[in-house]
Ligand binder design. Structure first.
Ligand code: GLU
Length: 466
């Protein structure tokens, strides 16, 4: 068999959907697992709805999540001549015919089918007619002469044998009357031209597969293998659509989900390998197979995405995590000031333990990033006379220190607890509020060490605590 080649073939008519990314991931991993190639084909033949901004977003999204395609993007609209040549060949060889039905006629048939509550299927009126009967004022469309007898079995690599009666496939249009080829024609021709061996795509394309197979057979091309993957549903069981809130990559990246985590989540969404949950890239390529794809729709689960992201945050080394955080801040927040990067980098050792997203880290690091302490009014009200005394006593002690280390700070805090007849919270809370503006956040030793002596002294010397 020839070398495995897969493709992802999105239409740039809207932002790339999370389901599309998963399809693309499966195709890519399958090709890499087999030592083959993976290609990106932009199906931009619908000139009215296709937009460059969506094409750019597709390319950017694949790059963000780490999916790399071979060669340049294959742009479908540049191949129109090849597509129309094949239409003519099919016409000449008797596999297609001109249909002169007017729009009104077709609309009327569709209306009648709707009234009878049956699916509309073109009545094959022009299939056996002669061109000589053609009305002069109507430009014909070209339809494929589908098989009417018998049945076809699709040997689907995910769903097994799928059989349909041939008469349920209509004589579908392959060339519109404005001379533009349709999706089924262009996709089949391109897949053949690109020597695609495995077509892995959403379940919703199964009916198209039966149409495209007929084109392959008519052209005597070697058939590729097909794998249809069940769609992704929302938590309430509906088909995920572009209108859903958490449906595009951007929805995830803007809350600080990391690319590796989302890739890992999408890999496991509808695919499994033993009971393994976490797959780094190497393992994803090594273990991916079509046998592991489930047969029923998978449910999108945001809490699972967050917990995988949390796992990745905890297990990413600080340098790498810092650069991802920085990128995230540049894109969605504010760039981390350069005089703060060292402090943040050191603080990631503890900040990463209390974060599910990069946004959490960003929020929890505000006390370092911002020079101004933003006090939470309610928390500030907790600072009573005793708290002020504790703050001032701690300030007196820390001013004399040369080095900030937990081993040095701990006895000081313990002493304050004792002399003020209180507990750890009684000392830790006022200090935390004074230093960060809030009673929530990292541990007090981490806060003090990450801010450094100069900043701690400055913040505790604030007049509101005297
Ligand atoms: N352009 C089609 C889509 O976005 C691609 C279908 C296919 O993979 O053949 O749904």
């Amino acid at each position: 068999m020839s070398k495995v080649a897969t493709r992802f073939a999105p239409s740039p008519t809207g932002p790339l959907h999370i389901g599309g990314i998963r399809t693309s991931l499966f195709n890519w991993l399958y090709a890499k697992n087999k030592g083959g190639t993976f290609h990106l084909r932009i199906e931009d033949t619908d000139k009215e709805r296709s937009k460059d901004e969506y094409k750019d977003q597709i390319i950017k999204s694949l790059k963000w999540i780490g999916i790399k395609y071979d060669d340049d993007e294959y742009i479908q609209s540049t191949k129109k001549k090849i597509h129309t040549d094949i239409v003519n060949e099919l016409l000449q060889n008797g596999y297609a015919y001109k249909c002169y039905c007017s729009n009104e006629e077709i609309e009327e048939q569709k209306k009648r089918a709707k009234q009878k509550k049956i699916p509309y299927i073109y009545n094959r009126k022009w299939r056996e007619k002669n061109d000589a009967d053609a009305p002069k004022d109507i430009k014909p469309v070209i339809r494929f002469k589908s098989k009417v007898d018998g049945s076809t079995v699709l040997k689907d690599l995910v769903q097994g044998d799928v059989q349909i009666d041939n008469n349920t496939i209509e004589d579908f249009i392959i060339l519109r009357n404005d001379g533009s080829p349709t999706y089924n024609l262009s996709a089949a021709v391109d897949d053949h031209q690109m020597k695609i061996t495995h077509i892995i795509r959403g379940d919703d394309h199964k009916i198209n597969t039966f149409k495209q197979i007929q084109i392959y057979l008519a052209m005597k091309w070697e058939l590729p293998s097909f794998a249809h993957i069940p769609l992704i549903h929302t938590t309430d069981g509906k088909k995920l659509s572009k209108r859903d809130k958490a449906s595009t990559l951007d929805d995830y990246s803007k809350i600080g989900i990391m690319p590796d985590a989302l890739r890992n989540y999408l890999l496991r969404l509808g695919w499994s390998y033993k009971d393994k949950e976490i797959f780094n890239l190497e393992e994803s390529i090594k273990y991916f197979n079509l046998e592991g794809i489930g047969k029923s729709p998978s449910k999108l689960d945001i809490s699972r995405i967050l917990s995988i992201n949390e796992h990745y945050i905890k297990n990413t080394d600080e340098n790498n995590l810092y650069s991802q955080l920085n990128e995230y801040c540049i894109l969605y927040k504010k760039k981390i000031p350069s005089d703060k990067d060292k402090k943040i980098k050191i603080s990631l050792t503890f900040l990463k333990n209390k974060a599910k997203t990069l946004e959490d880290i960003y929020n929890n690091a505000q006390y370092i990033i911002s020079d101004q302490v933003n006090f939470n009014d309610e928390d500030l009200r907790l600072i009573d006379q005793t708290s002020k005394k504790i703050i001032s006593e701690f300030l007196g002690k820390i001013t004399r220190l040369n080095e900030l280390k937990k081993e040095i700070l701990e006895p000081i805090i313990n002493e304050l607890i004792k002399s003020n007849n209180t507990n750890f919270k009684g000392v830790g809370q006022p200090l935390r509020i004074a230093l960060t503006g809030s009673k929530f956040g990292p541990g007090i030793y981490d806060i003090i060490i990450s801010l450094g002596k100069e900043e701690v002294v400055k913040r505790l010397s604030n007049k509101i605590f005297s």
